[in-house]
Design a protein around this ligand. Structure first.
Ligand code: SAH
Ligand code: SF4
Length: 426
């Protein structure tokens, strides 16, 4: 989501005459911040300290901050008080105002702070400076209504609202005309697409069917589906599709029904495993990945064992594992029995080991098969090699040349290496 916003911000800046450089000694430095975990916040304060020195050397330099962290009152207060050299602060709901905010700053000579509590409208057709030529993220909805008790996203991204199917399709058609072959449909809970903010309600399955029809589009991915809303009609559409990739990122967060209840996730361990079975039965060879939080308040050894059990039973291709981070303002922040740090670290390491063991076995299952691979980049470690992804999201490195990027080629998977393969074009 943030990466997609950054493309819109970069597009706006280019349109008004800026050129992108990847260094922080630029004339205009902007941080699009994340606040999902505390670490992300700490990094921003650290970087701001360094920028102060650069700004003394280059007094015309402008510093702007935006993104989720800026939607928190305490953060903005702290910046106004301790980092007075910041020029512009704006939030997640008004990025389309950036050009005007820069003008306001030039006119006023003092810090401009413009944070909106809620989105006023969905603004279509923003300029965009895309990071990749052959693939693109497409927002299908904004915000979140789920209020998982650990999560700050609903507070900083506002209520859920979907974009009209016709606007989404029009955007993708434009991307395809511009050379894009793979799109990632983005939302905090894509399975509740169509419920809020539209004149006529619709569903994620309906959207998928419309996107499938777009000529020239080769691959469709989506992120993130919430297990509680993953309906059989979506499984059915995936099963019958030739474009939807055989990969589901299905965040479990915890394997313990008791912890899941405290997290307000609205599913049990059994319901999750049942969903996984239905997905696997309908889409053989599907690759599953997940997000897991270790050390949610009150997590006992037994609860954690349930998480390991789910990891073993599902056989994830990969898992993004997070140490629980206390976000003030969320219900979990004031829950009793916060888990001690050493216990969390010990569990975290066990989780990594278990994921590694199971994913190695799972990923090796494709050895010797020939698969469609979208070539994504030149391999920086091995000369003469390129890297690409299978439909199920697995990475493969093989001999190839830069001009193949963005094309789909047939690759035989010769050597399983845990999280990736070494292969050969056939
Ligand atoms: N909407 C997506 C997740 C968005 S946040 C979903 O529900 O799946 C991405 C991931 O960050 C989450 O899946 C969760 O695992 C992690 N996360 C969110 N809040 C966190 C917190 N307070 N501490 C640790 N990890 C957190
Ligand atoms: Fe956060 Fe839960 Fe919403 Fe995902 S579904 S963004 S974890 S509140």
């Amino acid at each position: 989501m943030n990466a997609r916003d950054s493309e819109k911000i970069a597009g706006t800046l280019e349109r008004i005459g800026y050129q992108i450089v990847e260094k922080e000694d630029a004339d205009f430095v902007l941080y699009n911040t994340c606040t999902v975990r505390e670490n992300a916040n700490l990094k921003v304060y650290g970087n701001l300290g360094h920028l102060n020195k650069s700004k003394r050397k280059n007094p015309h330099m402008m510093i702007a901050l935006c993104g989720c962290m800026m939607q928190e009152d305490a953060v903005v207060e702290r910046i106004q008080k301790n980092y007075k050299y910041v020029d512009i602060i704006f939030g997640t709901h008004n990025i389309y105002k950036l050009a005007e905010l820069i003008q306001a700053r030039l006119d006023s000579k003092s810090m401009i702070v413009d944070i909106w509590k809620e989105a006023k409208e969905i603004v279509e057709d923003l300029p965009s400076e895309r990071k990749f030529k052959y693939k693109a993220g497409v927002n299908i909805m904004y915000g979140c209504n789920n209020f998982c008790t650990y999560c700050i996203v609903p507070y900083v991204r506002g209520r859920e609202r979907s974009r009209e199917i016709k606007d989404i399709v029009r955007e993708i058609e434009g991307l395809v005309a511009d050379g894009v072959v793979e799109i990632m449909l983005l939302g905090q809970n894509v399975n509740s697409y169509g419920r809020h903010g539209l004149e006529e309600k619709t569903t994620f399955a309906e959207l998928l069917k419309e996107v499938e029809k777009i000529e020239g589009l080769k691959r469709i991915r989506f992120m993130t589906p919430h297990p509680k809303d993953f309906s059989d009609d979506v499984i059915e559409v995936m099963k019958n599709s030739t474009k939807i990739c055989k990969h589901v990122h299905l965040p479990v967060q915890s394997g313990s029904s008791e912890i899941l209840r405290k997290m307000n996730r609205h599913y049990t361990k059994e319901a999750y495993l049942d969903l996984v079975s239905r997905v696997k039965a309908a889409i053989p060879d599907v690759g599953l990945t997940t997000d897991i939080i270790v050390g949610f308040p009150g997590e006992t050894e037994e609860n954690f064992e349930d998480t390991l059990d789910v990891v073993r039973k599902v056989g994830y291709e990969a898992s993004f594992n997070f140490i629980y981070s206390k976000r003030s303002g969320t219900p979990a922040a004031t829950m009793e029995n916060q888990v001690p740090e050493d216990v969390i670290h010990e569990r975290f390491n066990r989780l990594l080991e278990t994921v590694h063991e199971t994913s190695t076995v799972e990923n090796a299952k494709h050895q010797g098969t020939i698969q469609d691979v979208l070539v994504e980049s030149v391999n920086t470690h091995e000369e003469g090699f390129v890297s690409g992804r299978l439909s199920n999201n697995l990475l493969v490195h093989f001999k190839g040349t830069e001009d193949m990027i963005g094309t789909i080629v047939n690759v035989r998977l010769d050597e399983a290496k845990g999280f990736y393969y070494i292969g050969e074009i056939v």
